[in-house]
Design a protein around this ligand. Sequence first.
Ligand code: MG
Length: 246
Amino acid sequence: MVTARAFLAAASIGVVGSSTMLAQDAAPFPPPKHAPPIVTPGRTSADPPSDAIVLFDGRDLSKWRSADGSPAKWLVRDGYMEVVPGAGEIVTADSFGDCQLHVEWATPAIVKGEGQERGNSGVFLMGRYEIQVLDSYQNETYFHGQAGAVYKQYAPLVNASRPPGQWQTYDIIFKAPKFDDQGKVTERARVTVLHNGVLIQNNVEIYGITYHDRPALYIAHPPGQPLHLQDHGNPVRYRNIWIRRL
Ligand code: MG
């Protein structure tokens, strides 16, 4: 048992109390050597900042391809693109790893189907890790399959969905996984997602490829991979897509 006298003696030489211990252990922080680069922000936080790569500005699909490399076959109209059911997913011509991604999407105003069949699409980071797009406004499904889920892994923290037909936003901060020479994952991917400005995924660790029918699994891939948007058979719309490499 520590007596009051012994405690005071110890305190006076700085070995009691976590703050004292931390102060003793801490070294001075080296000041950063470089000024942060200057980035001109967009007019609003939905507009691309000066260092963003605009992947879709409402005009054409020049930054996108079909999965087989042929021209992307989704519809472009009135400043948005729309999934053409059966046309297949579309993928970016460029590859990305760590990134900040802004995507706007809308599920069909005329509601058809239920559960996973209502306004389903998806943002596939590195073509493998899906942030679910779904009409989750008064539409029940499994929780880790609703809008903003890391598909079959994490439900969103809250359901911040707008009604069908209305434009919604995802702001995604993604850290790519790392693999060793043998192809074993050494750092899992991480993702943070804001849905309509509301935090719904808080730096969660992704377990691997977001399969719908089997457990998640990592399979080694290069550090940059195209972004995919899913054709799940529903005419979901997208607009104003931009990305910043991190
Ligand atoms: Mg989906």
